[in-house]
Design a protein around this ligand. Structure first.
Ligand code: ADP
Ligand code: MG
Length: 244
């Protein structure tokens, strides 16, 4: 049994199907790259898995239990968390305070339930994502790339067993991107299941164990990275755009 399963997930907005009959599983210690052109349904799938949206049809299972109607905070405490394509931290709180909230209200853990310890632990997580020098700055002072790093730190702070990461490489320098991917591979080593959404595929290839390609809301290819990027369906979906 997979850690998390999407079974026949469909989500319609009015007459438009953003996602159609998507079935996928996520395993511990595995990085899945979710790729596809703009509008192919990647963020919608994250919204269904993390609970921001309910599906029009289909189910979400977590450790074998159906959680399709669970609210986001309940899924977070059970071990599913995500970053947003458009980062949404508390802009007037410091970075350390933003991350401490995740530590205090995420999945239950030993220790780190008191505010001083949470702030200290928050600084460690922030330094893992390259924000050590900004722990005492307000979130509203950050650049786009830094905001994406902060969001990653906030999501990691909730101790997810499944971490959904939406376009975290946006606004990062090449070095910054490598640092983030290095950090995500360390989380994988600790057993975390990770799903990475990126519009550009090239950066993900070295770290992805499996690639799932979406087009017009459907899974059009799935498997080893090298095979998926060469598949005719994927090449056609990206026609007119570089795949990588
Ligand atoms: N809240 C919404 N209301 C209406 N349409 C939406 C909404 N969210 C997404 N869509 C539509 O669903 C499709 C998939 O969007 P999305 O999941 O954001 O794609 P991606 O993340 O792959 O770029 C698009 O056609 C988009 O316009
Ligand atoms: Mg998106």
């Amino acid at each position: 049994m997979a850690l998390c399963e999407a079974i026949g997930l469909t989500r319609r907005f009015g007459g438009n199907a953003a996602l159609q009959d998507v079935t996928l599983g996520f395993e511990p210690a595995t990085i899945v790259a979710l790729i596809g052109p703009n509008g192919s349904g990647k963020t919608t799938l994250f919204n269904l898995l993390a609970g921001q949206l309910r599906p029009s049809a289909g189910t979400v299972r977590w450790r074998g239990q159906e959680i399709t109607t669970w609210a986001p905070h309940r899924r977070c405490r059970a071990g599913i968390n995500r970053t947003f394509q458009v980062a949404q931290p508390f802009l007037d709180l410091t970075l350390a305070e933003n991350v401490a909230l995740g530590l205090l209200y995420g999945a239950p853990a030993e220790g780190t339930r008191q505010r001083p310890e949470a702030l200290e632990h928050a600084r460690d997580i922030l330094s893992d994502v390259g924000l050590a020098t900004k722990v005492a700055s307000a979130a509203r002072t950050l650049s786009l790339g830094e905001l994406k790093r902060l969001e990653l730190a906030m999501a990691v702070a909730t101790r997810p067993a499944l971490l959904l990461v939406d376009e975290v490489l946006a606004g990062q320098s090449p070095t910054g991107s490598q640092e983030i991917l290095g950090y995500l591979t360390r989380l994988r080593t600790q057993g975390v299941a990770i799903c990475l959404v990126e519009h550009r595929l090239q950066a993900l290839l070295p770290v992805a164990d499996r690639v799932v390609a979406l087009h017009q809301g459907r899974v059009i290819a799935e498997g080893r990275p090298e095979a998926v990027i060469k598949s005719p369906a994927v090449l056609e979906a990206y026609l007119g755009e570089p795949v990588a």
